[in-house]
Design a protein around this ligand. Structure first.
Ligand SMILES: Nc1nc2c(ncn2[C@@H]2O[C@H](COP(=O)(O)OP(=O)(O)OP(=O)(O)O)[C@@H](O)[C@H]2O)c(=O)[nH]1
Ligand SMILES: [Mg+2]
Ligand SMILES: [Zn+2]
Length: 327
């Protein structure tokens, strides 16, 4: 009988080699050309967190096992749209966004939350550097709590730390395989250093980051001493959803999805139709303006890609020919 091919866990991917944990040891294996043929819509055939099967020699990757989940975004590529898988087989997304330095970017955060919702991966928003602006921190915490997201405000500066929320993040990390994602300089690596005993990830200075350089340069899967794994990632500048449909989008914003049944028109896209419950909630301040703005920007882009050949344009306004919901 033939021996079973060994399996491994992808810990890190460099330009030509891939670091894989096989039977408790770390091996560097080449990225074989045939892997690139298996997933043509993805920019790279493998992602950190993937489980792989090695060939009989144990020195090359033969295939990638199906993923239980993936966090992916639209890759910045020319021509046909491609996906960039930032992490595979994860059970939790930790979106880290500083309230200041660098400034909070709602559209990026909303992209990450929507991508996690799309894959049904639980997500936590960490509002980092709350020591820099308590008022802004309270504002964003309100907006996202209202959206239905779990929000934790943190500070890792010695002497000013937020022990309760850091402890909550620690618990989440311990119970999950989490990917930590956010702008460069948001404080992702600092957060992990403050929480995980024994790790010393490189921390950037903000001048370096302002020059467009990342401190963390590759995604690394780190086993945690008390259980769980965490993937520290290099900073991202934007987060656009990969091939999202205009009808799908509304389900990725929890506070919009919750109000759909109250919209008069079944096909309501919440962009000017009559008797729209989402617009009514927005007017009452029950949905954050920045959240609605992000939704609408994504909607315009989704509609534009559904009608190839047409430039990005404003979605159809008014209830017009749409059929009202049967009451
Ligand atoms: N004031 C303040 N500064 C912080 C806090 N956390 C981190 N910083 C600073 O923010 C800067 C960037 O921190 P990093 O942890 O390297 O950020 P990063 O998100 O890992 O950045 P990349 O690896 O480039 O993606 C450093 O100068 C940290 O000292 C905080 O809670 N408060
Ligand atoms: Mg980092
Ligand atoms: Zn509506």
């Amino acid at each position: 009988m033939q021996p079973l091919s060994p399996q491994g866990l992808v810990l890190r991917i460099d330009a030509k080699v891939c670091h894989v944990e096989v039977e408790g040891e770390r091996r560097q294996l080449p990225l074989a050309g045939k892997l690139f043929e298996q997933r043509s819509h993805e920019r790279r055939p493998l992602a950190v967190g993937d489980r792989v099967v090695l060939d009989a020699t144990g020195k090359a990757i033969d295939s990638v096992l199906p993923r239980s989940s993936q966090l992916h975004r639209r890759a910045a590529a020319e021509g046909e749209e491609q996906a960039q898988v930032l992490a595979a087989n994860i059970t939790h997304v930790l979106a880290v966004a500083s309230v200041s330095a660098p400034p909070f970017q709602p559209e990026l955060v909303d992209g990450v939350l929507a991508a996690a919702a799309r894959e049904r991966i639980p997500c936590t928003l960490v509002l980092s550097k709350v020591d820099l602006d308590a008022e802004l921190a309270a504002k964003w915490a309100r907006v996202y709590a209202q959206s239905g997201a779990r929000v934790l405000a943190t500070c890792t500066v010695p002497g000013h730390t937020t022990p309760e929320t850091l402890h909550e993040v620690e618990q989440l990390l311990r119970q999950n395989r989490s990917v930590v994602i956010g702008l460069s300089g948001a404080g992702k690596s600092s957060l992990l250093n403050a929480i995980v005993p024994g790790i010393t990830l490189r921390i950037g200075d903000l001048n370096h980051i302002r020059q467009g350089r990342h401190t963390t340069t590759h995604t690394e899967l780190i086993p945690l001493p008390g259980g769980g794994h965490v993937l520290d990632t290099p900073g991202i500048r934007n987060f656009h959803l990969f091939c999202v449909g205009s009808q799908e989008l509304q389900f990725l914003f929890l506070e919009i999805a919750a109000r759909l049944p109250q919209c008069e028109y079944r096909s309501c896209l919440h962009d000017g139709e009559a008797n729209c419950a989402v617009k009514a909630a927005l007017a009452k301040g029950e949905i954050g303006e920045s959240r609605y703005r992000s939704y609408r920007t994504m909607l315009v882009n989704a509609l534009a890609s559904e009608r190839p050949g047409q430039a990005q344009q404003t979605p159809v306004r008014g209830g017009g020919r749409r059929r009202p919901r049967a009451r």
